[in-house]
Design a protein around this ligand. Structure first.
Ligand code: NDP
Length: 249
């Protein structure tokens, strides 16, 4: 239990695996009420059942972040089950690494739809409630690839993660200028051991990633960074957290 986190209602997209799942489990163990969104309902069900069996509080809603209406329903689920929303973690993401010359146009579109539009739809769904209750916290998952372009292969993925960072920083400015009661945090992880590296359909890039991810850190490390941002007192906004394996350059 953590007094600063207990009772907070935290909505998490992409909560069926990896960072989202680890963050849900960690925050629930600290006393948060977690609301999990993703497309794989079987996984969400199992995670929510395990959280509940361990004495935590969890709700789930099928959420495809490329559909704005799904984000609205996810936020409405939090309101219906727990009566408020304190934090939205825009975490769902896809990393389809390939050189530009491979012209994986469909994968570019999917990354843009999930990684960028998905974050914007999440903001659109939660902001009216944050405004109405005069408090709230956006936590957007970018990447170290949102600060440095990993090439070859990372161009479009990095483009989406730079965009997440730009949107987060612009949002933070606007929210600060209009009262400063709503916080914005951007998390930039390096290699983390999740399903993400399996998202590449380009054989050579996939093989390179497999090698790179041998040094990955566990998803718990990101969950603890998220908890640190949430547990700060009102008026303190952790703007950005960068974390990566000690051996990652
Ligand atoms: P995972 O592949 O394990 O998780 C991705 C999650 O996103 C899954 O829960 C998946 O759920 C969800 N997702 C994918 N597409 C959609 C969609 N259309 N609608 C809703 N949910 C979707 O990877 P990670 O946990 O690693 O990734 C989480 C975030 O962390 C991503 O934004 C990623 O870019 C970022 N990140 C990860 C790093 C790493 O090394 N792992 C490093 C830096 C950043 P489902 O399929 O059930 O819908």
């Amino acid at each position: 239990m953590n007094q600063a986190i207990a009772g907070k209602v935290v909505v998490i997209t992409g909560a069926s695996s990896g960072l989202g799942e680890a963050t849900a489990r960690h925050l629930a163990a600290l006393g948060a009420c977690v609301v999990l969104g993703a497309r794989r309902m079987d996984l969400l069900n199992t995670i929510a059942e395990e959280i509940t069996a361990a004495g935590g509080k969890a709700a789930i809603a099928r959420t495809d972040v490329t559909q704005a209406g799904d984000l609205t329903r996810l936020v409405e689920t939090a309101l219906a089950v727990f009566g408020k929303v304190d934090v939205l973690i825009n975490n769902a993401g896809l990393m389809a690494i390939a050189p530009i010359d491979a012209l994986k146009v469909e994968e570019w579109e999917r990354m843009i739809d999930i990684n960028i539009k998905g974050v914007l739809y999440g903001i659109a769904a939660a902001l009216p409630y944050f405004r109405a209750q005069n408090s709230g916290h956006f936590i957007n998952i970018s990447s170290v690839a949102g600060a440095k372009v990993f090439s070859p292969g990372g161009t479009v993925y990095s483009g989406t993660k730079f965009a997440v960072r730009a949107i987060s920083e612009g949002l933070r400015h606007e929210l600060a200028a209009s009262g400063g009661t709503i916080r914005t945090t951007t998390i930039l992880p390096g290699a983390v051991d999740t399903e993400l590296a399996g998202g590449s359909s380009h054989a050579e890039s996939a093989a390179g990633l497999k090698e790179f991810y041998k040094q990955a850190i566990p998803a718990d490390a990101v969950a603890r960074a998220v908890a640190y941002a949430i547990e700060q007192p009102d008026g303190v906004d952790i703007n950005e957290i960068v974390l990566r394996p000690t051996v990652q350059e």
